[in-house]
Design a binder for this molecule. Structure first.
Ligand SMILES: Nc1ncnc2c1ncn2[C@@H]1O[C@H](COP(=O)(O)OP(=O)(O)O)[C@@H](O)[C@H]1O
Ligand SMILES: [Mg+2]
Length: 234
């Protein structure tokens, strides 16, 4: 079994006004390549904290995050942002597209950090736009798109740097039930193609579409349940 990422005894404390909040306490789990994992739990249970750590946006107080050959919890800021920009895909509840840029330009944003904007990259972004069903919207700007279309742009953007995994924070949180279904079908399709997805959601019917659900309670794993086997990657 190959691992997309391994989390070992991860702990995160926040200190505010002299008080310590234990946001994550000794959390351990492995994500096999090709898994589609949901992280669920009540508000304040540590979901965003965990996603931020997996996304190289923050560093743990203790413990390890093993990504390929790197323990990312020990890297300096430069190396951390390099990995974040070059090898992790992000999908947010509010899409986080750049309003001034077209669909194609938004998909290419992660490549700016790698100075990889050549004709091959352009072909790749057109292919990704086609894959998410936006072939006829390449020159549109985010305000000219529906919420579901904007989230499709974000999904295409999350794939352009061939990420170790895609982190999705409440990806359907702003969408109606019909559009939610469209986005879930797209995520399922990507997962069947072998992409590893880690998604935070508080909606049970969204979590049920993934392969596995880890529940957090007060910063600890209260259950880790597999619903489906990991997709055989091609
Ligand atoms: N930057 C921060 N500074 C201080 N406390 C924080 C910070 N971020 C989160 N917390 C606290 O850590 C705990 C976990 O928060 P969070 O990871 O955002 O939970 P969730 O995403 O599950 O709602 C909460 O008690 C929250 O108040
Ligand atoms: Mg949160």
């Amino acid at each position: 079994m190959k691992w997309a990422v391994r989390v070992e005894r991860l702990t995160k404390d926040y200190v505010m006004d002299g008080e310590t909040v234990h946001a994550l306490r000794d959390v351990s789990f492995d994500v096999p390549e090709g898994d589609f994992l949901s992280i669920m739990g009540a508000s304040g249970s540590g979901k965003s904290t965990l996603l931020n750590l997996l996304g190289c946006l923050d560093r743990p107080t203790a413990g390890q995050i093993l990504l390929g050959d790197d323990d990312i919890s020990r890297l300096d800021d430069n190396r951390l942002s390099e990995i974040r920009a070059s090898r992790i895909g992000f999908i947010f509840q509010s899409y986080n597209l750049i309003p001034q840029l077209t669909v194609l330009e938004n998909i290419e944003v992660p490549l700016h950090y790698q100075r990889r904007l050549d004709s091959r990259a352009r072909r790749q972004s057109v292919e990704l736009a086609e894959m998410v069903g936006l072939a006829d919207r390449l020159k549109h700007r985010p305000t000219q798109l529906s919420g579901g279309q904007q989230q499709r742009v974000a999904i295409a953007r999350s794939l352009i740097n061939d990420p170790y995994y895609i982190l999705a924070d409440e990806p359907t949180g702003n969408l109606d039930s019909h559009t939610t279904e469209e986005i879930l079908l797209l995520l399922e399709e990507l997962n069947h193609q072998g992409k590893t997805i880690v998604m935070v959601t508080h909606e049970p019917e969204v979590g049920d579409r993934s392969n596995r659900i880890i529940r957090l309670r007060d910063g600890e794993i209260s259950s880790d349940k597999r619903l489906r086997e990991v997709a055989e990657s091609l």
